[in-house]
Design a protein around this ligand. Structure first.
Ligand code: SF4
Ligand code: SF4
Ligand code: SF4
Length: 292
């Protein structure tokens, strides 16, 4: 179950990459930019603001109806069949989630093989949490490895050791998130303990697989963790860089389209000065390669 395949990505590892977004994630980060990835089942994003009340969709299913000449959408009756996405002239609907085989996904990735190889790029498996569908991921990776395509896995690491072991033979680089070192802070930000996450990162480090660590910096949520994250990363041997990802609120509209509250609506994205100070603090702790 995939919710997007995006070619020509330049922020998901080295070079030009195709990023495959898997659906399903065990965490619930309050600032998540991809809330449509939370569950492994299909869902509809419905953008009410675009609706022209043409009422074409009303005949399709009981989730769409008309009241006083206006269109009404009832999410609880929607089966995410996607028929409305095809007929709505205003583009109100988007189905998040598509069942694809390993062969279908690999052939999408291979379309841009030339650009990937010329730029030192490859494929990045992201999400959601791609290792929640580790069997599918391994099948895709087997096909791509035969073509010598570089593979990165972007993971929140809140997954079993067994899943990591299954994927390691195919991975060139892991992109691992650390949201907080303090367990209580982590639980309040994501709803989940970080003990397994930190143990898994240490485990991969001991195996010598190159890692990029990503720290999403969110004011009022995990901004107290800057030094602790830097100290944790400093102890690791195979980290190529620590990347600070500054919080932004571009995803707010997606929450509206999913009819979910946006948990960090009151948080203001950090200014450039604040983020540069975070980077300086981390470098002062002894980390050479801290990037934005
Ligand atoms: S088809 Fe689209 S624009 Fe027309 S009523 Fe339905 S949601 Fe609105
Ligand atoms: S996805 Fe299917 S069930 Fe849901 S609103 Fe559209 S047509 Fe109706
Ligand atoms: S780990 Fe990533 S995909 Fe999962 S909830 Fe957090 S930010 Fe979203």
């Amino acid at each position: 179950m995939i919710f997007a395949i995006k070619p020509f990505e330049i922020h998901d590892g080295d070079g030009i990459r195709t990023t495959v977004f898997f659906k399903g994630c065990p965490l619930r980060c309050k600032w998540c930019h991809n809330p449509e990835s939370f569950t492994v089942k299909k869902e509809i994003l419905f953008d009410k603001a675009l609706c022209k009340n043409c009422l074409r969709c009303v005949a399709l299913c009981s989730a769409n109806s008309e009241q006083s000449g206006k269109h009404v959408f009832e999410r609880e009756k929607c089966t995410a069949c996607g028929k409305c996405e095809e007929i709505c002239p205003a583009g109100c609907y988007e189905v998040a989630g598509k069942d694809m085989s390993a062969e279908e996904i690999a052939s999408e990735v291979i379309k841009d093989e030339v650009f990937m190889k010329k730029s030192g790029g490859g494929v990045t498996f992201s999400g959601g949490e791609p290792l929640m569908q580790v069997e599918l991921l391994v099948e895709i990776a087997k096909i791509l490895k035969k073509r010598d395509i570089n593979i990165a896995v972007d993971s929140c690491v809140a997954i079993s050791r067994e899943s990591i072991d299954k994927v390691i033979p195919y991975v060139n680089t892991f992109l691992f998130d650390i949201k907080a070192i303090d367990e209580d802070v982590h639980i309040s930000c994501t709803g989940y303990s970080n003990r397994q996450i930190l143990e898994n990162i240490r485990y991969v480090d001991k195996l010598g697989v190159p890692m990029e660590i990503r720290y999403p910096y969110v004011p009022e949520m995990n901004d107290c963790e800057v030094e602790a994250v830097a100290r944790f990363v400093k102890e690791l041997k195979n980290v190529r860089c620590l990347r600070v990802l500054a919080y932004h609120n571009y995803a707010e509209r997606k929450y509206e389209c999913l009819e979910r509250p946006y948990p960090v609506a009151d948080i203001t994205p950090p200014e450039k000065d604040e983020i540069e100070k975070v980077v300086r603090t981390m470098k002062n702790i002894g980390l050479e390669n801290v990037m934005l």
